[in-house]
Design a protein around this ligand. Structure first.
Ligand code: ATP
Length: 724
């Protein structure tokens, strides 16, 4: 069914009344802004207080003024405690002290009622409330454009209006930045976004189900004061996305959601920066092999080794390895020093068994602050206990006296342990690996780790770290000195961490990121079907749950609908995905669009250019040509120019997507979307039908278009893409 929109918007009987309410709200906003801006009123007891008051007022005024053109987008008629009330829902809360023009914010608990399908709720004071009507108000430029009732109990309940509004929004042209969807969040998305704060949440959803979008909205929701102790703050929040192109694209949604200050980066950039390895080149030699080598045995071996390196059990292996090194370093050392306590000379001694006892205790606890700090604390506590001073000041004084000796001891115990060298040693030195893997890894896994399937893949000339070894290096750093957000010289936990494309993070990395955030403050959004980087990802969500402390400490949710594409594109994508994922059900929003274009039998550049021109002729602006490899894209650029198409190449992570016609390889297209998408070289030569990994690539390529999809092949199309 194709939905039609109400044609003459002002025919709604409530239009005049709603127009009047809107005018009243705009006036109330402006009055409030003027009050805040009136410096005369912000007079404090002294100059400094006056200036602070004025600054705060200016800030409030600036925040509110952005919302004057559209103070709200929906309303609710509710009944609570025997009284009917109207609530207007907008992007910014506003309290009208003198009239009926208050606005509740979408992230508040009350705001949730607008999106959910629930018809009643329990109010804070224990009163039961019921929803009488939900209404979408299309407001822009201080004008009311359309009223759509979503639910109205006087008109028989659900009106189908929510779907109409959604379809209209989805049929709009794309932009070069991710959008906020605050006005049209769907019930299942609302539920996922508001999954209880303080419990790590995993959200599985097909391509286009709104995962990235929901991740950012969840952050905005977490910033609201209604979240209490679980409230997060933008500057202490981290969002990790798979590549820089996508990170830059998505980061543009931040201002609209009041999330300026949030760090959006890639896991590699974050890890290297945390480890102080910014100057190192980061490679993904496994991906290089998977994308370029045609030997399936070698591909399998590389895949297995990468997977083993990211296995959760590697955390234990790193623990064992460090324990061995630290115990070895401590060896036969003892601690002895002479001090004066109240004028009396004393000798303080910690013999070797005592030192080993303290170290073993620390190693057994794997404390979040790291072995080094915990060992130091343990030494200090032990020494203080032996001296037994009654006065805390004297204790502080004693510790000051002991500081240099303790630092020397700790320096010897922790000597030579660096994340890069130890991480590498575990991954490639047989004796070290075997010793640390004892009782943790089976022989087969040890052998997989000791293999070198990437021998033929070129290494960069300068120093480098591979994405598959970074989690190990991070594990060494985290266990030795903790992991988190650097604030000056200390580490603090992130108030929340969001992982997009969560299928691409190894269980080991999950375990480390969980240590970097407040307990339960991790949201991961992903699609196991799009696992292009499955070699470094989890085998299943259960693996992730295990890394995050078990099923009871995580919540797994599923988004069942996809929103991005037309029915024609979604159906084709589902056909490709069904070949490697029989269980996955994708339900697309039933939005009708143009037929999928199939262009074959001719020069690839000529056919691709024809597709571009056809899409442009239909009024589309943002068009992507997706190729299988970087080299394919490079080759096509000049050839397309001969056919009057100037495609902007995105060939590496440094490039930015700014709209228009672009050409890019599939691995960089992931997560991006375009009005029209052209899969150039959509054939069995490029996407080997016998390899599930290749089908995943094909799925990603074919699921990037919002409105139009073209499949182009010099000869025959891939068997999965042929006309049904
Ligand atoms: N409730 C909604 N209202 C309007 N548009 C929506 C809604 N939910 C999602 N969309 C749109 O659907 C598209 C897909 O969203 P998004 O990119 O967040 O999906 P995704 O699940 O992360 O996709 P992928 O797995 O391909 O990265 C975007 O254009 C987004 O704006």
């Amino acid at each position: 069914m194709t939905a039609t929109l109400p044609d003459a918007p002002p025919t709604h009987p409530d239009f005049p009344a709603e127009e009047q309410h809107l005018a009243g709200t705009v006036a109330a906003f402006i009055r409030q802004i003027e009050t805040w801006e009136d410096r005369e009123r912000n007079v404090g007891a002294d100059l400094e207080t006056s200036l602070t008051l004025a600054d705060t007022a200016q800030e409030h005024a600036a925040l509110l003024s952005v919302h004057v053109p559209a103070p709200y987008f929906g309303s609710l008629r509710v009944r609570i405690g025997g009284r009917e009330q109207m609530l207007y829902v907008g992007k910014h809360a506003f309290r009208d002290l003198k009239g009926p023009h208050s606005v509740v914010s979408w992230e508040s608990d009350v705001g949730s009622l607008f999106y959910s399908e629930a018809l009643s709720w329990q109010g804070k004071k224990g009163l039961k409330g019921s929803i009488r009507r939900r209404r979408q108000l299309d407001v822009g430029g201080k004008k009311l454009h359309r009223i759509t009732d979503l639910y109205d109990d006087e008109a028989g309940g659900d009106t189908g209006g929510r779907e109409q509004v959604l379809l209209q929004r989805l049929s709009e042209a794309s932009t070069a930045a991710m959008r906020d969807v605050v006005e049209t969040l769907q019930p299942e998305q609302n539920e996922a976004m508001r999954a209880p704060a303080g419990v790590s949440t995993l959200i599985q959803g097909a391509a286009g189900s709104g995962k990235t979008t929901i991740g950012f909205h969840r952050l905005a929701w977490l910033m609201h004061s209604d979240r209490g102790e679980h409230r997060a703050a933008p500057e202490s929040t981290l969002v990790l996305m798979p590549n820089r192109v996508l990170a830059a694209y998505a980061a543009r949604v931040l201002p609209g959601l009041n999330l300026e200050g949030v760090t959006v980066t890639t896991p590699e950039a974050w890890a290297t920066s945390f480890l102080g390895l910014e100057k190192m080149e980061v490679t993904d030699r496994t991906l290089h092999l998977l994308l370029t080598d045609r030997d399936n045995e070698r591909r399998k071996a590389a895949w297995r080794r990468a997977k083993a390196l990211g296995d959760l059990r590697m955390l234990r292996v790193v623990q064992n390895h460090l324990a061995g090194r630290l115990r070895h370093n401590l060896g036969t050392l003892t601690f002895q020093t002479k001090i004066q306590v109240r004028g009396e000379d004393r000798t303080l001694t910690l013999d070797n068994p005592a030192l080993h006892g303290l170290l073993d205790d620390v190693l057994g606890r794997a404390p979040l602050e790291g072995y080094r700090a915990a060992f130091r604390t343990a030494l200090e506590e032990e020494l203080l206990a032996r001296v037994n001073l009654p006065d805390p000041d004297e204790e502080t004084q004693l510790l000051r006296t002991l500081a240099a000796d303790l630092t020397r001891l700790s320096g010897r115990v922790f000597a030579g342990l660096l994340p890069v060298s130890e991480g590498r040693r575990i991954a490639s030195d047989e004796a070290s690996l075997r010793a640390a893997a004892e009782g943790v890894l089976d022989e087969r896994t040890v052998r997989v780790l000791l293999g070198d399937p990437l021998a033929a893949v070129p290494k960069p000339r300068r120093s480098f770290a591979d994405v598959t070894e970074l989690p190990l290096m991070l594990a060494v750093a985290a266990l030795l000195d903790g992991v988190g957000r650097r604030v000056g010289r200390t580490l603090e936990p992130y108030s929340h961490v969001v992982l997009d494309e969560a299928q691409d993070y190894s269980p080991l990395l999950y375990a480390l990121l969980a240590r970097a955030a407040r307990p339960g403050h991790l949201t991961a959004l992903g699609d196991l079907n799009q696992g292009l980087h499955g070699y470094k990802g989890p085998g299943s969500w259960a693996d992730v749950q295990a890394a995050l402390g078990g099923e009871g400490r995580t919540r797994l949710m599923t988004l069942g609908r996809t929103y991005r594409s037309t029915r024609q594109i979604t159906e084709l994508g589902a056909r490709v995905a069904a070949t490697y994922n029989r269980a996955g059900q994708v339900v697309g929003v039933d939005r009708d669009g143009g037929e999928v274009m199939r262009l074959t039998g001719g020069d690839l550049a000529a056919l691709t250019a024809r597709a571009v021109h056809a899409m442009q002729a239909q009024g589309h602006h943002n068009i992507a040509i997706v190729t299988r490899r970087v080299t394919d894209a490079e080759r096509l650029v000049p050839q397309l120019q001969r056919h009057d198409v100037d495609a902007h190449p995105i060939l590496n992570e440094q490039a930015r997507y700014t709209g228009g016609v672009v050409i890019l390889p599939v691995n960089l297209a992931k997560g991006l979307e375009f009005d029209g998408c052209i899969v150039a070289g959509a054939d069995a030569q490029n996407y080997d039908p016998g390899t599930p990994f290749e089908s995943r690539l094909l799925y990603v390529s074919a699921s990037r278009g919002l409105h139009l999809l073209a499949l182009v092949a010099q000869e025959q199309l891939h068997p999965l893409l042929a006309e049904a």
